[in-house]
Design a protein around this ligand. Structure first.
Ligand SMILES: NC(=O)c1ccc[n+]([C@@H]2O[C@H](COP(=O)([O-])OP(=O)(O)OC[C@H]3O[C@@H](n4cnc5c(N)ncnc54)[C@H](OP(=O)(O)O)[C@@H]3O)[C@@H](O)[C@H]2O)c1
Length: 238
């Protein structure tokens, strides 16, 4: 496939919430956006974005499915000849108290840690070919050992979600170090507390605001940071 003229971005968990809004905002900046979601759920949101004038596509992607992940490199290679931006946004918050079962912990790690790791690993060869590859891991301040150890997590500081985001943070650091000297930047984002299915109705931020950190990191210039953890432009403590 001849290389598409515009930059191409994959956003996981893009059927609703922050993922859909990140896709919208990247699309508004002229990117081709590919919305990943499970069970055909990306089709309607991708069509809605196209109706807004955005070049949006849908791809079947359960981030815990090895088959879906294996299909990604040939899809991007054959459809666009490139991939420039990967936003690992899909995530789950399955525990709601201090006593998470091992099965729930495992399920949480499958979606929040192993999925992003496997997707990144599968797509790295394409991202390496991009002139300005960007990887954004949608983390949370709840993954900060500093914030949680200072008591900032409150009742949200449950073992499964927090430790999975801390693990995602470490993957961000290690990958950024591994890719030092390349054109790829890898950073972790905290969107703020945002009104979504996961964030709940009491959250102070609307999705348009919450999407901004990941969008900013996806569009970092060549002299921008890598291996960092950010909310807006503010660097967060690990
Ligand atoms: N909202 C907040 O305040 C907040 C704060 C900090 C961090 N975050 C992070 O932001 C990200 C997006 O969350 P959100 O707030 O937008 O919540 P959301 O509206 O619940 O969206 C979560 C998205 O992840 C998808 N997802 C979950 N498991 C998946 C899987 N196995 N395969 C593919 N997609 C999967 C969901 O798809 P389905 O519809 O199929 O379930 C949905 O699209 C998450 O990583 C979350 O941890 C959110």
């Amino acid at each position: 496939m001849e290389k598409h003229a515009s930059k191409v971005a994959l956003i996981t968990g893009a059927n609703k919430g922050l993922g859909l809004e990140i896709a919208r905002q990247l699309g508004q900046q002229g990117m081709v956006v590919v919305l990943g979601a499970r069970q055909g759920k990306a089709d309607a949101p991708a069509a809605a974005l196209r109706a807004e004038g955005i070049d949006a596509h849908a791809v079947e992607l359960d981030v815990t499915s090895a088959a879906d992940i294996a299909a990604l490199p040939p899809y991007f290679d054959q459809t666009f000849g490139r991939l420039d931006i990967l936003v690992n946004n899909a995530g789950v918050q399955l525990d709601d108290g201090p006593d998470v079962s091992p099965d729930t912990l495992r399920q949480t790690y499958e979606a929040n840690v192993i999925g992003p790791y496997a997707i990144t690993q599968a797509l790295l060869p394409l991202l390496r070919q991009a002139p300005a590859g960007r990887i954004v891991n949608q983390s949370s301040i709840l993954g900060s050992l500093t914030a949680i150890s200072q008591g900032q997590g409150g009742s949200w500081a449950t073992p499964g979600y927090t430790s999975s985001k801390a693990a995602l943070n470490m993957l961000t650091v290690v990958l950024a170090q591994h890719l030092a000297g390349t054109d790829i930047k890898v950073n972790a984002a905290h969107p703020g507390w945002v009104k979504t299915a996961l964030g709940g109705d009491d959250a102070p931020l609307e999705v348009a605001e919450g999407a901004k950190t990941a969008v900013r990191l996806a569009l970092l210039p060549a002299d921008g940071p890598t291996g960092g953890y950010f909310h807006d432009a503010e660097r967060l403590p690990w």
